[in-house]
Design a protein around this ligand. Structure first.
Ligand code: SF4
Length: 410
């Protein structure tokens, strides 16, 4: 099956999956509207009889007013029945159109399984997938995984002759390490692909101030509200710019690796983004480096001379916000010591916010405690130091780092 046909089949299964519950909901709505109509009719009869028995002519009597209200109610109920029946007719036509798919995949589970098989096959053929796509968006954090995801996507797009379909976007939360948006832009420029910088209102600290609460692992509003949600309008704009008269195929590339965590290991290489997909766009999330190990990522960076953020040289293994709500105490202490060494204001800014809102950065400890621990370690061991290339020395050894540094073009 060609990539285009596989994508069409995925959308047909998606629509069939939506048609079945829509049909059931329409049947339910008709039943409800009929019940309402029957009740309104009974009420009308009751007040009709009552008004008749009372002599009927007194237009000011409460019985006459109730009769008028019952007439109104019955008219409203009649209208609801008509609307619900029209909805049922539409839903039934849609369900009928998807009958062959629904017969073949009658349950939600069977539809999901069929979709996953198709997605898995598509992920095995990235060049075909790219050829079938209309728009490829690389969402980069500028971190090492995003860097390699971008490089691999561009390589596949070049092999497919489709580099013109690729665009890069970066969400700047205002709480990351210095130089992150600039690095994202340089990385996009390296391949000559358009770059969009998105700056959500208020950023990370504004969101915390508004909510008077830090996000946490269970309520990661920082990623959902500040990173995921702004993506929808960007996709809408870019799809509109394509000016297609059919459904656009959009690949949304992320640098997610399975080895990073148990929940990420469960993610697929290619997944249907049901939140963003609609009649005019089929959006697939492409975790293009899902199977790579951390070592593979550093190897890709070294072999291809890719620019990585110097924060990795300090010993921090993630390019996150300066203070990430998912980080443990050791990581946060090291981040604080790096801030001291770089004379960054973040420790004081974050700690002041923590005091102002009266909500502890983490459930078990405050940022004040982290900063105190970092100060103590600096006093005992002296400020931390690092050299360019230390991340590569740690992961690939001295020779690989020396070679990388010697061939740097940035
Ligand atoms: S790096 Fe951490 S704090 Fe920043 S947005 Fe991501 S999860 Fe939230």
């Amino acid at each position: 099956m060609s990539a285009k046909n596989a994508l069409r089949a995925i959308d047909m299964i998606r629509c069939a999956g939506k048609a079945a519950p829509a049909y059931r909901a329409a049947q339910h709505a008709v039943r409800e509207a009929h019940d309402e109509y029957v009740a309104a009719q009974a009420q009308l009869h009751h007040w009709n009889d009552h008004t008749h028995a009372m002599g009927g002519a007194d237009r000011a009597s409460p019985a006459h007013r109730a009769l008028l209200a019952a007439v109104q109610e019955q008219r409203g109920a009649e209208q609801k029945v008509r609307k619900a029946e029209a909805r049922l007719q539409r839903a039934s036509a849609t369900a009928q159109a998807h009958r062959p798919v629904l017969n073949r995949y009658p349950t939600e589970r069977s539809r999901r399984r069929a979709t996953n098989v198709l997605l898995d096959r598509l992920a095995d053929h990235p060049v075909d997938l790219i050829r079938a796509a209309d728009l490829i968006i690389i969402q980069t954090s500028s971190g090492k995984d995003s860097t390699v995801a971008m490089h691999r996507t561009v390589a596949a797009a070049k092999a497919a002759g489709c580099l013109h379909k690729v665009r890069v976007m970066h969400c700047d939360l205002g709480s990351e390490w210095p130089g992150v948006p600039e690095l994202a832009r340089r990385q996009a420029e390296r391949y000559g692909i358009p770059f969009l910088l998105v700056t959500p209102d208020g950023g990370f600290l504004g969101m915390v101030e508004n909510r008077q609460m830090w996000p946490d692992a269970k309520r990661r509003l920082c990623t959902s509200a500040l990173k995921r949600d702004p993506t929808g309008p960007v996709i809408t704009t870019w799809v509109a710019e394509l000016g297609l008269d059919r459904q656009a195929i959009v690949l949304n590339v992320l640098g997610v690796r399975g080895a990073e965590s148990a929940s990420r290991a469960l993610k697929a290489r290619l997944a249907l983004d049901t939140r963003t997909t609609s009649a005019n766009r089929l959006v697939l999330t492409w975790n293009i480096i899902h199977e790579l190990s951390e070592q593979d990522v550093w190897q890709d960076i070294a072999s291809n001379g890719l620019e990585y953020h110097p924060i990795y040289d300090t010993g921090l293994e993630r390019l996150s916000c300066v203070y990430c709500v998912l980080a443990g105490p050791d990581w946060l202490i090291l981040a604080t010591r790096v801030c001291f060494a770089l004379e960054l204001p973040h420790p004081e800014t974050f700690a002041a916010l923590e005091r102002r809102i009266g909500h502890s950065f983490k459930q078990d400890f405050t940022l004040n405690a982290i900063i105190a621990a970092a100060r103590m370690l600096d006093a005992l061991d002296g400020p931390i130091t690092w050299r360019r290339g230390d991340a590569l020395r740690r992961h690939l050894g001295q020779a690989a780092a020396a070679q990388y540094l010697a061939t740097l073009t940035y």
